[in-house]
Design a binder for this molecule. Sequence first.
Ligand code: HEM
Length: 470
Amino acid sequence: MDIALAILLTLLLGLLMAKLALFQPRNRNSPPCISGWIPWFGAAFQFGKAPLEFIEQARVKYGPVFTVFALGNRFTFVTEEEGIEAFFTSKDLDFEQAVQPTIQRTIKASIPADIFYRNHTRLYLTIKGKVSLSRLYLFAGTLCKELHEHMDHLGTSGTENLSDLIRSVMYPATINILFGKGVCPTNKSDMKEFEGHFQKYDEDFEYASQMPAYFMSNWSKSKKWLLKMFENVVSDAERVSRPESDSKTVLQHLLDNVHGKHLAPNYALLLLWASQANAMPVAFWTLAFILSHPSIYKNIMEDIVSVFGKAGKENIEVSEDDLKKLLLIKWCILEAIRLRSPGAITKKVVNPLKIQTFTIPAGDMLMVSPYWAHRNTKYFPDPETFKPDRWKEANLEKNAFLDGFMAFGRGKHQCPGRWLAVMEVHMLVVLLLYKYELILLDPVPKESPLHLVGTQQPMGACRVQYKPRQ
Ligand code: HEM
């Protein structure tokens, strides 16, 4: 008993000493640090339980700049204008160094740093060029056809979980436009298995980016399955000769530009995740908000009828120009994105950075929360309310968002797929509402408190009834 007690005391003393050694502030001017008391884990448990709420409570308690120590890393949040401005413009911050560990863990590739950086720049520019605003017209026709094809599987009427309904139509359609028709399994039965693995991969992506693979066995199985699928996809794509530039798919461009061909399946998986993980929940929230606001729903239906005539069964062709006339739906999409945007985006501090009276040490991860920034009343009065009209003020003709909006990041690393995502959701909403009368059977769920990365996911199911428009 005495020995056990002595061991316990020694352990506790060891932990305390380790804590003291590890948590010495590196600089007197460092921001306040929430570190918990367990070495290395730090505040991971409290933070991980409900990270979004944690950030807001910490802001109220510690002020606009604070650090959270968790899983051996220091995450410094900046929540006011000066810090947010520095986040998007400072040369003392690096985007690639922040995302490299996440990418290495989540696509299972140990990529030497120089190859990682070279690939990152090349692939970013490739995707940006391929899905830029001026080229969206190249996707519009095929996207519309694909959405119709997969909507046909819904039949004339039914009841479905809204997320499942969206996924069953949007997944195969968007995968076919990015990767090429029939390249990934998109028929109904293969799709089920594919969707199951992708959902698992997406759900735990955030934990997997922080935790050793050992703790993530189901997630690792799904990742392996997806990588195997992409190995086949890539080897099939390599066997056929690639067409000239304009008709190449995004996958084919990726294959042409990736450095180290063996990494192509890993990057294809990353592209799949980047393109699906946000667009799906954005479509969910957009429809859920529209359907739960009867006057907005009514105005949208009037707009649709004014462009396409009486809504009904016919398979309408929707062009980019038609979408431009349906501005209220676009405002609803942007408003849904504003309200449910990512909990955090990250950069690595590479040189000490001064913000207000604080010096943020090199090595910290600097964090901005678009989710909370979008609740700043200076830019978004009555911030919790779904008000698509506020987007009237945005110069959307010049493709500018509202001041204070940052769901896609900003500047050099802004999301290259943002306009494609908006077009995908826009077209899906038009086609669904034209063809079906949709009625929500459950209240709109709250957002799940569990995630920081990517668009917020709904907490729980929300059923929708769909029936033919008369
Ligand atoms: C509404 C849907 C979407 C949202 C909210 C979204 C949001 C974001 C955000 C916040 C970032 C990181 C920016 C930063 O950290 O500064 C990002 C990066 C990225 N997104 Fe999106 N995204 C969406 C759709 C898409 C789509 C459809 C694609 C692909 C076609 C895509 C491809 C990418 C890629 C490749 C990056 C990485 C950029 C880089 O590494 O520099 N995204 N996105």
